[in-house]
Design a protein around this ligand. Sequence first.
Ligand SMILES: [Zn+2]
Length: 343
Amino acid sequence: MKAAFFREHGSLDRIECGDLPDPVPGPGQVRIRLRAGALNHLDIFVRMGIPGISLAFPHVMGSDGAGVVESTGPGVTRAKAGDEVVLNPGINCGTCEFCLRGEHSLCATFHLIGEHIAGTFAEYVVVPEINAYPKPPALSWEEAAAFPLTFLTAWRMLVTKARGKPGETLLIIGIGGGVALAALQLAKMIGLTVGVTSGTADKLSRAKALGADFGIDHSAGDFSREARKLTGKRGVDIVLDSVGRATWKQSIASLAKGGRLLTCGATSGPNPEEDLARIFWNQLSVHGSTMGTHGEFAEMSRLFRDGRLRPVVDAVFPLSQAREAERRLEEKKQFGKIVLKVD
Ligand SMILES: [Zn+2]
């Protein structure tokens, strides 16, 4: 099969496109003929090497994908050849104490397609049948590949963890990336007032076109001052910060009393300066979150089935240009998802 992969960790020039053996579906698994895959920042972390994760090389990249079930392994009962599907990237064991509690993304052996195992930037990928969900018919292949990881992550944070309610205010740090845009779209659908920050005027105006109520240029200095000013000194109810070190303290300072801080990543580094006095005195909560459960995936994907949401696609590249696609992500030029089309 054609695939985009790397044989050792390192920079963009490690990415190769070429032929690899077709994967074979084992018990309970299905083989998907991919039509599209979508990039995530995770792909860059995986290529650079994540401490504690050792890969079997060559490693096929990509966590998001959509395609058609091509064949099934022994014991598969539900999926059948010809089914059009999108993939839930999170794989869980189903039997540990967390899985039995229904907390699939807390699974003791939780791992992602493309992170620990072969991914979706290929003609074929093999996944457990439970990870293949019906493709929302209203979406193109490129759109279908573009929503799973980011919208699942945003859904769990906003709906399950923060329990965002109509009338509350959410501030999203760094608009433009997949999770941030998914959170903006979900929050507007739920009925929150949404502010976004960016250092780029173009990204702020595009976020407003998608429904953002206010934008803050964070290159102008401490964004928490502006966030407090725009909320009558009260502060916002929820902040979504996946930037980490560079913005954490300002995010805490942006919150109203009783506010909730959501984190699902730390692209600028994991060890920020804390403000414990503000956290306890204002009774703030910090919610860490990773991916989501099968139940959350099913709930979230209904919004796409019913045509209530569409993911923002930034650019579509052919699979053979996986390196160029990843360069665009690495240079933070995107607004929305970067997608690879698999012919
Ligand atoms: Zn488990």
